[in-house]
Design a protein around this ligand. Structure first.
Ligand code: DX5
Ligand code: ZN
Length: 220
């Protein structure tokens, strides 16, 4: 069967209580913690960086699924590795020239490389990164324009997921943006197995129930 990774996006948490919010999500059944790193340049918002990952790492052994919405991901590899990041997902739009070097350095730092693409970027652009001799291990298909939580899911992105799933049956395919109880079935049946969910989890009165429901949709 399909293995689901449910990754609450900590962007929707109370950053002032990050460690307790993170540990609560893990107690409620989260597999990964999705960490949105933004530089105020690649996207029009600024969040957290390596120092906060380093602080959080002192409070949890969980898989920290780091999504780098930054213009120069190469500059972040060493700091994020030292801070204790688990996954390092960079954007293909800013890595056309140096993705091979990036992937190599991410792996050398003991992190798992992933590649993300914005809604306007064609899926073909990630094929070389999956097929090379030093491949990425996950593709993150953005289902909103990156930058903010709480936006509306773009169902037209599911065609990218379907094409990827058909071509790469065992690839980790992550979806990010607007996922929740009303959109999970479309994403799961297209073939996504790693599910990021921010506002739908943190905004729920029973976040644990939402996490279970997301998992059930992917695994059944
Ligand atoms: C948006 C981020 C997402 C965001 C998702 O740029 O990449 O991870 O936190 O939030 P929701 O689930 O609320 O759309
Ligand atoms: Zn994200």
């Amino acid at each position: 069967g399909v293995v689901a990774k449910i990754a609450p996006s900590m962007l929707s948490s109370d950053f002032a209580n990050l460690a307790s919010e993170a540990n609560q999500m893990l107690r409620l059944g989260a597999d990964w913690l999705h960490m949105d790193i933004m530089d105020g340049h690649f996207v029009p918002n600024l969040t957290i960086g390596a120092p906060v990952i380093e602080s959080l790492r002192k409070h949890t052994t969980a898989y920290l699924d780091c999504h780098l919405m930054v213009t120069n991901p190469l500059d972040y590899v060493d700091p994020m590795g030292k801070a204790g990041a688990s996954g390092f997902t960079f954007h293909v739009e800013v890595s056309k020239e140096n993705w091979q070097e990036l992937v190599q350095k991410i792996k050398a730092k003991g992190m798992r490389p992933g590649v993300a693409l914005k809604p306007g970027t064609p899926i073909e652009e990630v094929y070389p990164l999956i097929e090379g001799e030093n491949p990425v291990e996950m593709v993150l298909v953005m289902t909103v324009e990156p930058g903010f939580g709480g936006q509306k899911f773009m169902p037209e992105m599911m065609e990218k997921v379907r094409v990827l799933r058909k071509k790469y049956p065992s690839l980790d395919i992550e979806v990010d943006g607007g996922l929740g109880p009303s959109t999970i079935d479309v994403a799961a049946s297209a073939g996504a197995n790693c599910i990021v969910a921010g506002s739908s989890v943190f905004g729920a009165s029973e976040p644990g129930q939402v996490i279970s429901l997301l998992r059930k949709s992917v695994e059944e």
